[in-house]
Design a protein around this ligand. Sequence first.
Ligand code: FES
Length: 203
Amino acid sequence: MVFLRRVSLGKREYYYLFHTEKINGILEKFNLFVGEVEPTPKKLESLKANFLKSIQKNPQKLIPPKHPNVLATLQEIQERQGYIGELDFVKASKELGIPAIDLVGVATFYSQFKLAPPAKYKIKICDGTACHVQGSLSLLDILEKELGLKPGETTADGLFSLEVVRCLGICASAPVMLINEQLHSKLTIAKLNELVSELKTRK
Ligand code: FES
């Protein structure tokens, strides 16, 4: 399946299409940079169709170069400072001789890489089975709309990050969410709206 991902780096945003497919028995990861503006739904459909067509026609051409140092370089930066920023990509691009936009594409494919410093308020909402049947996706929807975030993103002011996790091990209290270390259980839409309003007043 092809999916679109928005990548925020500093004040800029980048949009990528991602797809995985087995080629000669190896699971290959494909990504395509589609611009700095979110494509309209119509444009997105045609981008996805063309992307899939090009992969089917000539996958080898689109398989990202397997430069042995790409992952090691990104891991080293991540370990050193906890995230990979815009300037780090530019610097690594010069060192490796690979366009920065391709490095961003690789980094965004792996959840281990963070593209922003840790947020002050790290929100983790559970979408394990128990939380899912209790409506976790409606709660996620509220968080996305109210904070202007998609899972995996951090607000530009560094205050909030949003992550979806699978089972926090307290299913009897579903649906649940963590804000940093603080647990919020048996959430309802009303409770969450109240919490979000309170969150927005925090600095
Ligand atoms: S499924 Fe959410 S805590 Fe277990």
